[in-house]
Design a protein. Structure first.
Length: 101
């Protein structure tokens, strides 16, 4: 079983990789953005590898990550506190230290 690198409440940054040309499950608009882990939904085969005819193994944890809407869309005009949740495979996430005071 894959080790969980993140726990609920951890800040993470989505990798800003725009080069993969295969079946990518990470939305373009959250790449490079910082969110907070709110849970995980379990282990799944890596779909990027499966799309290339590989097994997708070992399975990876998929995290449920919450983003503040204004952090994604700078001109966001929705209600204060609006958030967006995205399920993201572990290999797309890097730890993001808490902001300095």
């Amino acid at each position: 079983m894959a080790a969980r690198r993140f726990k609920v409440g951890d800040r993470v940054r989505v990798r800003a990789d725009h080069s993969p040309t295969c079946h990518i499950r990470t939305p373009y608009y959250i790449r490079g953005k910082v969110g907070r882990v709110v849970g995980d939904i379990g282990l799944f085969a890596n779909p990027e590898q499966c799309a290339e005819g590989r097994t997708g193994l070992p399975q990876e944890i998929v995290y449920h990550v919450m983003f503040e809407q204004p952090a994604i869309w700078p001109a966001y005009r929705g209600a204060a506190g609006d958030k967006l949740a995205v399920d993201i495979f572990d290999h797309w996430l890097d730890p993001q230290p808490e902001a300095m005071p």
